[in-house]
Design a protein around this ligand. Structure first.
Ligand code: AMP
Length: 125
């Protein structure tokens, strides 16, 4: 089943420079920026520059170079924000997808959350 990418989503607009963002890291294939509504002291979103809706879409269709770049960008953001297990006290990486995942923005993003104890993973709606 092919995925349909909506190029009017807010992260596509950020990638085109149409709306501003607080950039943490930019690489050849990825961009990381602060979440506009942080849920924790550290709340950074890491996105691929390519038009991927969700993690499974990316894993299926992205090139090896994009996947390597994105994975390294996630790790680099963890280092830059001080949440790694060697320098900090850990983090949670979340990628919501679709209706059940309660995804608001249909462009793949990984939330990197940390800077405090985050509590149980799932809460009732
Ligand atoms: P999700 O529910 O996983 O799709 O999360 C979307 C996230 O994008 C939310 O945490 C929002 O706060 C965040 N967000 C929405 N618009 C912006 C924006 N312009 N800049 C940064 N983060 C945003």
């Amino acid at each position: 089943m092919p995925y349909t990418y909506d190029d009017q989503n807010i992260f596509a607009k950020i990638l085109r420079g149409e709306i501003p963002n607080k950039t943490v890291l930019e690489t050849e294939h990825s961009l990381a920026f602060h979440d506009i509504g942080p849920q924790a002291p550290v709340h950074v979103l890491v996105i691929p520059k390519g038009p991927y809706v969700s993690y499974d879409h990316f894993a299926r269709e992205a090139s090896d170079a994009e996947i390597l770049d994105f994975t390294r960008a996630v790790g680099k953001v963890c280092e830059m924000t001080g949440v790694t297990l060697d320098e900090g006290q850990g983090f949670r990486a979340i990628s919501n997808a679709g209706a059940h995942g309660v995804q608001e923005v249909p462009h793949l993003h990984i939330h990197i959350l940390g800077g405090r104890r985050l509590g149980k993973m799932l809460q009732p709606e």
